[in-house]
Every structure is written in structure tokens, then in C-alpha cells.
Write a protein that binds this ligand. Structure first.
Ligand code: UFG
Length: 346
């Protein structure tokens, strides 16, 4: 018990963070969670304990508070790695509130790097995003595909975050793995943890599950006149439980000093593009219900198609997605139903 490797997880009560904490505990790690609860709930800590039988240490902290961050690192000695999830992620809001996003997402990263350097914690896994590619010119996108201009301030914070990390890792004693997530969806199959959107969901899957639950009248499909097989946008939907495992692999790779460079990046997706209509129809079929939707105008900033080349993750990180669309749509619906037990399916 006492000699487990200890991983500090910022944003560990969030959607991807909580699934990763569960996977880390199940892989035998000790976990310390930092979260400011701005887009998460303390209830998730109980749920993590229900699933794993272990209650991780938890500190409520905003990473802009550098003093408190120093205090936590001086209490939590012998950290083997840090996984940094904590960030704002609403694309539309980031366009309206650039300063809020640059401050929160970048200053918190800078604080973390300063404190890690001070306490000689040398391994970091960073939450990046497919959004770094911007409106990619070639598909599937490879890690070497050049970045296009970011389509939002959120996207800029991920591009800049990677640049800060690459430049720091080139000269300091820090090893970084940056994981570029495509579209994380689904929930843990226990249905104890899942996505908890704040207000009206921005993303497709939580919107679908809320419509199915009768919480919203209908789904608007944002455009069906794209140059794609059925006219709706194509994305690479990755099950959050698979995504969580990519973080466990990355921690192991850094701890075992298997990384080839001080800054490594991996696309984390399935490699398969699916359209909005394909998602809707799979959701209906697997869950045996019918979803109310209509076709609306395009949403500004959406790329017609985005999906990953996942060769690098497969060959170098030795990670690949194991769960498919069936598990995605069934787990997402099961989770939604546990959130609203009094809404029967329509
Ligand atoms: N969509 C709808 N109706 C909705 C919501 C979404 O038709 O109500 C469509 C979108 O137009 C898009 C697809 O469903 O074609 C997926 O949209 P999401 O909002 O779920 O996901 P995005 O691909 O826009 O966003 C994801 C991540 C972001 C990231 C972005 C760019 O959630 O963090 O990819 O890489 F910035």
C-alpha cells in the first residue's frame, strides 16, 4: 500500500478526469485529486469510491492560487507524475471570453510547471485536443499535420499550451506526453460517473441523451449540406473509458522512462469518422427509442470532417480504442437515465 506510485490529477472530478482516476486506481496507482469544482461535483468523489473501493485524497483548489499549489506539493511528496486536465473547455464561450480562457488555461499551466520544477516532479501528461489542428487540410490528421489557425480561443490555449510544454521540456528536467483527444463520449459502464454538462449542452452526445430523456424538445443537426457522405459533419468519437486508459499508458511510459523525446504527442481517437446522422441512428437503434431532431443551419466554426490517424498511439504508446459505437451510445444513455430516474424514455 505504502509504496504505490502516486499520481496527481488536476481536474480529477471532471468528465475525463474522473474516468482516468478510476482507471489509475484500478491499475494500482495512488491518486491525489485537485479540482476547483467549477465544472464538476463533489458527488463524483463518492462515486469514484463506490466503483474502486478507494477514496482518493482531494484538495479543492483553483490553480491560479499558486501559494496553495505550493502548499499541496509540499504535503504530497514523492509524486511520480501529474496529469493536467483542469481547464475551461466550452468552445463558444471561449470566443466570447478570450481573456477568461487565456488566463485560466494558460496561467494555471504555468503555475503547475513552476511548482513541478520547484519540487522536481518530472513527468506530466497534458490534455490536448484535436482542435489544435484547426480546419485541417488533410484527413486523417497525423501528429505531424501542421496546425492551422485555431478556430477559437479555447483552441489557441491548447496550441499555446503545447508550445509552452515543448519549449520547457527542451531545456528543463521535465518529460511531457500531450494527448490530443478527438471527441470524448460515453460513460463508465457502472453508470456511476459520466459527463455532467453545465446548463444547455454544447456537445452532441449530452444533447442527444437530454432529448431522449425528455429534458429538451428536440435536437438540431447543425447543417446537412457539408461535403460529406450524408451531408452532416464527421467526427472521431472516442469512448471516455478508452481515453482514460490512454492516460494510464502515458503515465507508465513516463515513469518507466520509455519515452523517446522529452515532449511526445499522440492522437487519441478511433481513426474512424462518423456523421451526426450515424450517431443519431445508432443511438436510436441500440437504445430502441426514437429521437426527435430537425435539420438546422450550420454552426459557425465547425469543420466538415475531422478524424485521427491513430498509428502512432498504436505503435508507440501501445494503446488503441477497444470500445465501439454500441458501447458509446448505450453507456451514454444508461448514465443519463441514472441522472434523471423519474423521466421515462419517450
Ligand atoms: N452537433 C449538432 N447538434 C448539436 C451539437 C452538435 O449537430 O446540438 C454536431 C456538430 O455540428 C458537430 C458534431 O455534432 O458536427 C459534434 O459536435 P460537438 O460539439 O459534440 O463536438 P465538436 O467536434 O464541435 O467539438 C469537439 C470537442 C472540443 C474541440 C472540438 C474541436 O468537444 O473540445 O472538437 O476539435 F474543441
Amino acid at each position: 500500500m505504502g509504496n504505490k506510485q502516486k499520481i496527481l490529477v488536476t481536474g480529477g472530478l471532471g468528465y475525463i478526469g474522473s474516468h482516468t482516476v478510476v482507471a489509475l486506481i484500478q491499475a494500482g496507482y495512488e491518486v491525489v485529486i485537485l479540482d476547483d469544482l467549477s465544472n464538476s461535483s463533489l458527488m463524483i468523489l463518492d462515486r469514484i469510491e463506490q466503483i474502486t473501493g478507494v477514496r482518493p485524497s482531494f484538495y479543492q483548489i483553483n490553480l491560479l492560487d499558486k501559494k496553495q499549489l505550493y502548499a499541496i506539493f509540499s504535503d504530497e511528496t514523492d509524486l511520480s507524475a501529474v496529469i493536467h486536465f483542469a481547464a475551461f473547455k466550452a468552445v463558444g464561450e471561449s470566443v466570447r471570453e478570450p481573456v477568461k480562457y487565456f488566463t485560466n488555461n494558460l496561467v494555471s499551466l504555468l503555475h503547475l510547471l513552476e511548482v513541478m520544477d520547484h519540487f522536481q516532479v518530472t513527468n506530466l501528461v497534458f490534455s490536448s485536443s484535436a482542435t489544435v489542428y484547426g480546419d485541417a487540410r488533410e484527413l486523417p490528421v497525423k501528429e505531424s499535420t501542421p496546425f492551422q489557425k485555431a478556430l477559437s480561443s479555447y483552441g489557441s490555449t491548447k496550441q499555446m499550451g503545447e508550445e509552452i510544454l515543448e519549449k520547457t521540456a527542451a531545456v528543463k528536467d521535465i518529460q511531457v506526453i500531450s494527448l490530443r483527444y478527438f471527441n470524448p463520449v460515453g460513460a463508465h459502464d457502472s453508470a456511476w460517473i459520466g459527463e455532467l454538462p453545465n446548463g444547455v449542452p454544447n456537445n452532441l452526445m449530452p444533447y442527444i441523451t437530454q432529448v431522449a430523456a425528455g429534458l429538451r424538445p428536440s435536437l438540431t443537426v447543425f447543417g446537412n449540406d457539408y461535403d460529406t457522405p450524408d451531408g452532416t459533419c464527421v467526427r472521431d468519437y472516442i469512448h471516455v473509458v478508452d481515453l482514460a486508459k490512454a492516460h494510464v499508458k502515458s503515465c507508465g511510459r513516463l515513469i518507466d522512462k520509455k519515452n523517446r523525446d522529452s515532449f511526445e504527442v499522440f492522437n487519441i481517437g478511433t481513426g474512424k469518422g462518423l456523421s451526426v446522422l450515424e450517431i443519431i441512428h445508432a443511438f436510436e437503434k441500440q437504445n430502441q427509442l426514437s429521437l426527435k431532431y430537425e435539420i438546422g443551419p450550420r454552426r459557425s466554426g465547425d469543420s466538415p470532417a475531422m478524424y485521427a490517424d491513430v498509428t502512432r498511439a498504436k505503435e508507440i504508446l501501445r494503446w488503441e480504442a477497444e470500445l465501439g459505437l454500441t458501447e458509446i451510445v448505450t453507456s451514454a444513455w444508461k448514465w443519463e437515465q441514472t441522472l434523471h430516474p423519474h423521466n421515462t424514455c419517450l
